[in-house]
Design a protein around this ligand. Structure first.
Ligand code: IPM
Ligand code: MG
Length: 357
């Protein structure tokens, strides 16, 4: 098949891990006779430095005209002082909103050989296979009113609004039930319905959508309890359905169960063009040292193949190559343990390419 892929490396480690994923995609394309065209563009801090805004029109246009977007990470201390609307992170929110990517899928699966890399006990995390589904274009990230205003008697007031409509909840709930149906048929809807009205509506709509999915078991969990249950007994979870903010928080927590945040891929879907990126950030503290773990990005490329292009065999090959490489003992610093072989970002990418067979 032919596909055009927009490649947005972004900032920090994004500039190191994305080329590794592209390297893998190129080899896969060659093996299976596909033609992938890669088109690079600036996003985040890189774009701010060049043209003054985090999401240039040119980048947005490229993304819209592509078949899928592969993104690294955005942000860094250099741009932290900027006004909110000009921060690198705005580019991510802008892309999600402009492309209509309301569903974010974040699978947290434990690779057996990494059981020792987690800070949690082996018998707690063994066998975990969780899919966090995060609503991505609504909630407190986008709700209005928002902003910081000066108060007459001094001081300021910062405001954000958590808001969800029936339709927004319904469409993400459907994604959750559909995903659960293809897995172990268990959906945990996360909310804070004991306190928040937006959550009360969330719960009501999820219960309503369930009528079309009687084969899926549904339970509800308050977000504070869910955070606790994730470290107490993570195996109880199959699919976790979360609003934008709860999903952001819980997916970082779920990532650590698998050993490292450097392992978790994500797919943002819901419209024509999907966006695929690791869940971790730009990690400025380790950027430019060839030590970042490229696996989350390479696994995101695999998700792109299966979700955006329906190339399941090809995606499977990448996933198997990751497993083989880990089985052979290759480790980046974040997942290193005794008796393993420490490698850098590019060496990890090369090893995965060698195992694409
Ligand atoms: C994520 C990140 C982003 C988010 C930041 C960088 C804006 O934490 O994708 O999880 O909060 O959505
Ligand atoms: Mg996050």
């Amino acid at each position: 098949m032919k596909a055009k892929i927009a490649v947005l490396q972004g900032d920090g480690v994004g500039r190191e891990i994305v080329p590794e994923a592209v390297k893998v995609l190129k080899v896969v394309a060659e093996k299976f006779g596909h033609q992938f065209e890669f088109a690079n563009s600036d996003v985040g801090g890189q774009a701010i430095d060049k043209v003054g805004v985090p999401l240039p029109q040119e980048t947005l246009t490229l993304a819209k005209q592509s078949d899928a977007v592969l993104l690294g990470a955005v942000g860094g201390p250099k741009w932290e002082g900027l006004e909110y609307s000009l921060r690198p992170e705005r580019a991510l929110l802008g892309l999600r909103e402009q492309l209509g990517l309301y569903a974010n899928l974040r699978p947290a699966k434990l690779y057996d050989v990494l059981a020792d890399a987690s800070t949690l006990k082996k018998d707690v995390i063994q066998g975990i296979d969780i899919l966090v589904i995060r609503e991505l274009t609504g909630g407190i990230y986008f709700g209005k009113p928002k902003g910081i205003e000066k108060l007459a008697h001094g001081g300021e007031r910062g405001t954000n609004t958590e808001v969800y409509t029936t339709e927004e909840i319904r469409r993400i709930a459907k994604v959750g039930f559909e995903a659960a149906r293809k897995r172990r048929k268990k959906l945990t809807s996360v909310d804070k319905a004991n306190v928040l009205e937006s959550s009360e509506l969330w719960r009501r709509v999820v219960i309503d959508v369930r009528k079309d999915y009687p084969d899926v078991e549904l339970n509800h969990m308050y977000v504070d309890n869910a955070a606790m249950q994730l470290v107490r007994n993570p195996r109880q979870f199959d699919v976790m359905l979360c609003n934008n903010m709860f999903g952001d928080i819980l997916s970082d927590e779920a990532a650590m169960l698998t050993g490292s945040i450097g392992m978790l891929p994500s797919a943002s879907v819901g419209a024509q063009v999907g966006l695929f990126e690791p869940i971790h950030g730009s990690a400025p503290d380790i950027a430019g040292k060839n030590i970042a773990n490229p696996i989350a990005t390479i696994a995101s490329a695999a998700m792109m193949l299966s979700y955006a292009f329906k190339l399941d065999k090809e995606a499977e090959l990448i996933e198997q190559a990751i497993v083989k490489t880990l089985d052979l003992g290759y480790r980046t610093k974040d997942i290193q343990s005794t008796g393993t072989r420490l490698v850098g970002t590019t060496e990890m990418g090369d090893a995965i390419v060698r195992n694409l067979n």
